[in-house]
Design a protein around this ligand. Structure first.
Ligand SMILES: CC(C)(COP(=O)(O)OP(=O)(O)OC[C@H]1O[C@@H](n2cnc3c(N)ncnc32)[C@H](O)[C@@H]1OP(=O)(O)O)[C@@H](O)C(=O)NCCC(=O)NCCS
Length: 189
């Protein structure tokens, strides 16, 4: 099982079938706040839907192009983080995320994204990682802004959520910028 260290307590790991009930409970408990921004939420109606989703994620070859990881804090699932586009010929990918209300506001997602960026740039040799968030999703936009991404513009009507089109703010970070940031950090410490 793939497991990416985020910090002392938090890691990103592949989902397994046994996670389905806990994952379903978490989505259920956060349904309204997640459904506002994430188009897949209405598709998860039962534990079986989670079992099917996990099976699809673990199908042969699936992780070559897209990782769907759980955010686990001290053994408890608190959210999800996906890295898509890993097989793209232009080496451009995308990160998406969500976290339970109880775990919000602690910097877990920012730190998890940093670990995912390290994986994408350094392990998978990606050249560009994008994060897109609805223009009025303030908490989500704050993450790429905190991580030094460049705001590139607005993808008009980029998502259809709860029957409405949402404009998406597009942010990206390039491998060269990641490298520069890492060597800056290394000089400071
Ligand atoms: C978007 C979402 C993932 C953001 O979660 P979050 O908890 O705000 O993000 P972080 O984990 O990075 O935490 C940032 C907060 O922790 C604080 N924080 C504490 N310690 C921190 C640290 N070490 N590093 C960074 N931030 C820290 C920050 O100040 C910030 O708080 P503030 O917003 O009150 O200023 C969450 O709101 C969510 O799941 N929303 C619903 C689903 C969704 O919108 N997904 C994204 C779709 S594009």
């Amino acid at each position: 099982m793939r497991s990416i260290r985020v910090d002392e307590h938090v890691r990103l790991r592949d989902p397994v079938a046994a996670d389905a009930p806990a994952l379903f409970q978490l989505v259920e408990a956060n349904r309204a706040r997640l459904a506002r921004w994430l188009p897949w939420v209405p598709q998860i109606r039962t534990v079986q839907d989670e079992i099917d989703w996990i099976a699809s994620r673990n199908a042969p070859g699936a992780s070559e192009t897209e990782l769907a990881l759980l955010v686990v804090d001290r053994g408890t699932i608190v959210g999800g983080l996906g890295i898509g586009g890993l097989g793209h010929p232009a080496r451009k990918g995308e990160i998406g995320y969500w976290i339970a209300a109880e775990a919000e506001g602690k910097g877990i997602v920012t730190r998890a994204c940093r670990a995912a960026l390290k994986y994408a740039f350094e392990t998978r040799a990606m050249n560009r990682i994008q994060i897109r968030a609805a223009v009025d999703n303030r908490r989500s936009r704050a993450i790429p802004e905190r991580l030094g991404f460049t705001f590139e513009g607005t993808e008009r009507s980029g998502a259809l959520v709860q029957g409405r089109y949402q404009d998406l703010a597009v942010y990206a970070l390039l491998a060269s910028e990641w490298k520069a940031m890492r060597s800056n950090e290394a000089t400071k410490s």
